[in-house]
Design a protein around this ligand. Structure first.
Ligand SMILES: Nc1ncnc2c1ncn2[C@@H]1O[C@H](COP(=O)(O)OP(=O)(O)OP(=O)(O)O)[C@@H](O)[C@H]1O
Length: 258
């Protein structure tokens, strides 16, 4: 299922403001890639260009190439909605559909995308909740509202919802920032399991988290306020955190930034 992403010469704009510039990288399948860098350097913007969510914002546009293996995601014949199905996203704040049951939250994407029998839906919902390490906690209350779960459980429900449609890539934008330390560890364990099957990209402000969960780390930075964010370097996570090539990376990871 997992696929490689190749980005070449990517710029992203909000109206006339160029938020990121000249980003090129390869994101490997069946691995976790972390994006780190100071606030405003464009990590979330870049993440959203990878599944065509950036252009949902009025006036926002992208220049450059993003390929999901053989497919040019910005090709003229490509439907952005199908890109978002193939490349799923988990957000900072858990956002289950509040009035829907746990079952319906997970089944929502499937119901939008086709006709499934009840037994097919039962199967996918169970498999997705097991995949998100939530099944045992909710199997006896699948018809209760998703909003009744704890924050950490809601985030795992959102991950179950994202994997139910069998994406090839999972993008996670600070998925633990609203969670307590125990729920954070549960999500990190889950990320480590999910990477067997998916290409995972995670934006995080938490250096320890990047060091714990990711195989590769990309450090982004701004030359100055108002300038576009750029990719400074990307390497094995162990290398970035012990012996980065660039001084700006070292300053950032050791807290000497700014
Ligand atoms: N919806 C938007 N409209 C206009 N400008 C935006 C929008 N979202 C982000 N920007 C601008 O794009 C730049 C990059 O922002 P982005 O949120 O991608 O950075 P970030 O590195 O993810 O920051 P943080 O770590 O604080 O979340 C910033 O200058 C920001 O003000």
């Amino acid at each position: 299922m997992a696929k490689q992403i190749e980005v070449a010469g990517l710029d992203a704009y909000y109206g006339s403001h160029k938020a990121i510039e000249g980003i090129s990288m390869t994101i490997e399948p069946r691995s976790v890639t972390a994006f780190i860098g100071p606030s405003g350097c464009g990590k979330s913007t870049f993440l959203r260009t990878l599944n065509r969510m950036h252009e949902v914002i009025p006036g926002a546009r992208v220049v450059g190439k993003v390929r999901l293996e053989e497919q040019d995601l910005y090709g003229a014949d490509v439907d952005p909605v199908s890109v978002r199905r193939t490349i799923g996203m988990v957000f900072q704040r858990p956002n289950p559909f509040p009035t829907m049951s746990i079952f319906d939250n997970v089944a929502a994407g499937l119901r939008l995308n086709g006709r499934y029998s009840r037994s097919q839906l039962d199967g996918v919902v169970e498999e997705s909740l097991k995949g998100a390490n939530l099944w045992n906690e909710v199997k006896d209350r699948l018809n209760k509202p998703g909003a009744g779960l704890s924050g950490g459980q809601q985030q795992r429900l959102c991950i179950a919802r994202a994997i139910a449609v069998r994406p090839q890539v999972l993008l996670m934008d600070e998925p633990c920032s609203a969670l307590d330390p125990i729920s954070t560890l549960a999500i990190e364990d889950l990320i480590s399991q999910l990477k067997q099957d998916y290409t995972i990209v995670i934006v995080t402000h938490n250096m320890q988290q990047a060091a714990r969960v990711s195989d590769k780390t990309a450090f982004f930075n701004l030359a100055a306020q108002g300038q576009p964010g750029k990719l400074v370097e990307m390497d094995e996570t162990s290398k970035i955190f012990t012996n980065p090539a660039e001084k700006a990376t070292e300053d950032y990871i050791t807290g000497r930034f700014g």
